[in-house]
Unconditional design. Structure first.
Length: 465
């Protein structure tokens, strides 16, 4: 089927006007490498404000995706926009590789003060979650003079070489196309709902913890203690919002202390207030050695940061953490304004409160619909596990529900190890009426899915997770 015919089918399939978007989709397909995305809906976003976005044809949507958990403070948060404007009127950027600049110093000072741990800390910068994970791996290896990095199945850490190699959710067959780094070892993450041990981790968190920690210990033995660091998301995001038992994360801290490796808290998706704490690790009362932040940190501008114990961060020599644009003045100013917005607009408490409300509404839906197997989350990082026959993941079902929700005016996608989890990640300051409308849309989309009203053909157009 030619490209035009394919897009023509898509135009007919969608119950809304998407002509202008399709012109952009056609060029995207022609000129952009297919590996840059896992596309969902055929729309180009042209405008955004708060918790809403608009496409090229003027269709309005409530945004439960927030550009992949980026707009914690809402689209075009006024503080962020103001900070960007003020900065661009003075200076776009000047490299801190050779000279000095205030915004990135001020941001570093702020990051040091708001991350867990009372010890001396230092900061390095990048632009994406991926590169900051690489930097964390570098400092852990340089500090310990060891090679091996422990990571978890189901984790997503990025696509640069280090972060890709440490990513557990991408198929081995895909990773090996580009020959990832060696010396990364994987262990199972304790998923309370669906795990290989068949343990109900909600009922028996201690049993799940001890089984999972046992595997970590065995892997440490297997690596003959050549471990530089353990890299983990305190709550796995792209795996489908997997919240481990509290004692598990505490156990990782103990193992790091016993064996002298660096505990790397990867908060690219969970940070900046998303989970109802500034950092998700605070739910577990654990202090990491190194913390990685990106995505929401810049309020929509690209910036990432690694914040770690000074002696670890300074164990690696220049220019190992150099990037010409690192700590970019516009992004750093936006990041400072983002943190200020989270603090001054009380967004952490709002996320916690709205998260509870949303979970309650999904639990009510769960009573009505057997296809909702599990509802889990902290703050506004929430996953709704769509199943058939018991706990069997229903990826296609989840995609169909997302498609219909999109047609009705809500951007919500699926993710997870099995691609069957609805990803609920609105801005932390989303108004209640938008939440109610979005949840009504999801509920009616589930009903229409159960009534067989969503055609199978839509699946062909959703690459998805
Ligand atoms: N870590 C986590 C936990 C993520 O969710 C992501 C992005 N999904 C990344 C790292 C990679 O971030 P980026 O795409 O900005 O490189």
């Amino acid at each position: 089927m030619g490209l035009d015919e394919d897009l023509e089918n898509l135009r007919k399939l969608a119950s809304k006007r998407i002509d202008k978007s399709l012109e952009i989709v056609a060029k995207d397909r022609k000129y952009l490498a297919k590996a840059i995305g896992l596309k969902y809906f055929p729309i180009a976003i042209t405008k955004a404000e708060g918790s809403k976005v608009w496409d090229a044809d003027g269709n309005e949507y409530i945004d439960f995706l927030t550009s992949a958990a980026v707009y914690n403070v809402g689209h075009r948060n006024p503080r962020v926009v103001k900070a960007i404007r003020e900065q661009i009127d003075k200076l776009l950027n000047y490299t801190v590789v050779y000279l000095y600049m205030e915004p990135c110093v001020r941001l570093a000072e702020k990051l040091v003060s708001i991350t867990p741990g009372k010890f001396n800390k230092k900061v390095s910068y990048g632009f994406s979650g991926s590169d900051s994970v690489d930097s964390a791996i570098k400092v852990a290896r340089a500090y310990t003079k060891k090679r091996c990095i422990l990571s978890f199945y189901g984790s997503y850490h990025g696509t640069t070489y280090g972060s890709l190699s440490a990513t557990g959710i991408i198929d081995e067959s895909i990773k090996t196309q580009v020959f990832p780094l060696a010396d990364i070892k994987f262990v199972d993450f304790p998923d309370p709902y669906r795990n290989k041990w068949g343990i109900d981790g909600y009922e028996h968190p201690d049993e799940l913890t001890s089984r999972a920690l046992e595997e970590v210990k065995n892997k440490i033995k297997e690596c003959t203690s050549d471990i530089a660091g353990l890299l983990f998301e305190p709550i796995q995001g792209d795996a489908g919002v997997i919240i481990p038992p509290e004692e598990f994360i505490k156990g990782l801290r103990e193992l790091a202390d016993t064996h002298g490796f660096v505990l790397i808290d990867e908060e690219v998706q969970t940070g900046v207030g998303r989970t109802g704490k500034f950092w998700a690790i605070e739910h577990f009362d654990v202090v990491p050695d190194v913390l990685v932040s990106a995505k929401a940190l810049g309020g929509g501008m690209p910036i990432s940061a690694v914040v770690g114990r000074s002696e670890i961060m300074d164990s690696v020599s220049p220019p190992m953490l150099v990037f010409t644009h690192a700590g970019h003045a516009v992004s750093a100013s936006a990041a400072l304004a983002t943190i200020e917005a989270v603090e001054d607009e009380n967004l952490i408490a709002k996320a916690a409160e709205m998260g509870e409300y949303i979970i309650k509404r999904f639990r009510e839906m769960q009573d009505k619909f057997d296809i909702i197997g599990d509802v889990r989350g902290k703050g506004l990082l929430i996953g709704v596990d769509i199943v058939k026959r018991g706990k069997e993941p229903d990826r296609k079902g989840a995609l169909k529900i997302c498609w219909r929700a999109w047609e009705k005016g809500l951007i919500v996608i699926s993710f997870g190890r099995n691609g069957n989890v609805l990803r609920i990640a609105p801005p932390l300051n989303i108004p209640r009426e938008d939440v109610d409308r979005a949840l009504d849309i999801i509920e009616s989309s589930i009903k229409e899915f159960l009534e067989g009203k969503i055609p199978d053909d839509v699946i062909d157009y959703l690459r998805g997770w």
